[in-house]
Design a protein around this ligand. Structure first.
Ligand code: SF4
Length: 313
């Protein structure tokens, strides 16, 4: 499999581009995710011509507007230079399947970046480039390196990257209603683990498909699917999906196997085993009792098992 193209703040790959000439190398990203992702590094402050080293900058509210100014010298205002550097990037991010940003940066921070008001920091800002990226490419999975330390957020982000990659592969060929419906069918159980109401809305949207509105519906579909997947999947929703899948085995398992499956899902529900345990048992049963819908679904194997993203309780 070709590696998936993912954008990243350059300093996270070890490039010495920070204001002080240092980097913020992140080994999990480079060594583990790098086995599956090909990174496209970008430093907005270097692109803006601020140089290395350079004065450190911060977000500061002034006259109702948030500006990017020097930490020591507030008269140094690089807002326009950074905004221009960000808006020049209107092309290549469209080809990405995800983006990993450096947290807390007035350029790259995705959220909760400090904004100074009368020298009092309030954590409710976003970096200039990050804000542009998320506004311009709303279906692009974006995450901060700090949040990748949380197992749920990490799995959520990586799952979205793989879904977007499969969507891009779909779009490389002429789109047809059949291919769109097949894509939905293969991702339906994953989406159900995030938000079952939104899955029903996706179904209603696809029911309106006609040859004339195919492109428009497809665009709305991927926008709403990616918004659905952004909602972190819950244990309760996973239990519903597992029980739904269990229904496909109702007439195929003997009493002991059924009981084992019920107990395994219950042990997952009560937090005694991670999701990978019931998924592995289900995969075992579907290897012996194949089902076309379940076999085609990505739910049982949403991303490479080697990443062990479903192994946390
Ligand atoms: S602007 Fe972004 S990529 Fe450049 S050093 Fe700061 S956080 Fe890293």
């Amino acid at each position: 499999m070709d590696k998936i193209l993912v954008g990243i703040s350059s300093c996270l790959l070890g490039q010495e581009v920070r204001y002080d000439g240092a980097h913020k190398y992140h080994s999990y990203i480079e060594r583990t995710l790098g086995q599956y992702f090909q990174f496209r590094p970008f430093c907005p402050e270097v692109e803006a011509g601020l140089g290395v080293p350079r004065p450190a900058v911060q977000l500061r509210e002034s006259g109702g507007h948030v500006r990017v100014v020097g930490v020591k010298d507030h008269s140094l205002d690089v807002t326009e230079a950074l905004t221009a550097a960000a808006t020049r990037q209107h092309d290549w991010p469209a080809g990405l399947c995800g983006y990993i940003l450096k947290k807390d940066s007035p350029s790259c921070g995705m959220e909760r970046v400090k904004v100074y008001r009368n020298d009092i920091p309030v954590r409710n800002g976003a970096g200039v480039f990050a804000e542009y990226l998320m506004r311009q490419f709303p279906t692009l999975p974006v995450e901060e390196e700090g949040r990748l330390g949380d197992p749920g957020l990490r799995e959520n982000f990586i799952q979205r990257v793989f879904v977007r990659c499969r969507w891009q592969q779909l779009c490389e060929q002429p789109l047809t209603a059949h291919r769109l419906m097949t894509f939905h069918s293969r991702h339906k159980l994953i989406a159900m683990s995030h938000d079952q109401n939104r899955v029903r809305e996706l179904g209603r949207l696809l029911a309106t498909l006609t040859p004339e509105n195919l492109e428009a519906v497809a665009q709305q579909y991927i926008t709403e699917l990616m918004a659905c997947l952004k909602i972190v999947a819950t244990r309760g929703n996973h239990v519903n999906v597992l029980q739904h899948i269990q229904g496909y085995l109702k007439l195929k398992l003997d009493g002991d196997d059924k009981q084992e499956l019920v107990e395994t899902i219950e042990r997952y529900r009560s937090g005694h085993v991670p999701l990978i345990v019931p998924l592995t048992l289900l995969k075992h049963h579907f290897r012996r009792q194949p089902d076309p819908f379940i076999d085609a679904s990505y739910y049982l194997s949403p991303h490479p098992a080697e990443l062990a993203l479903l192994n946390d309780i």
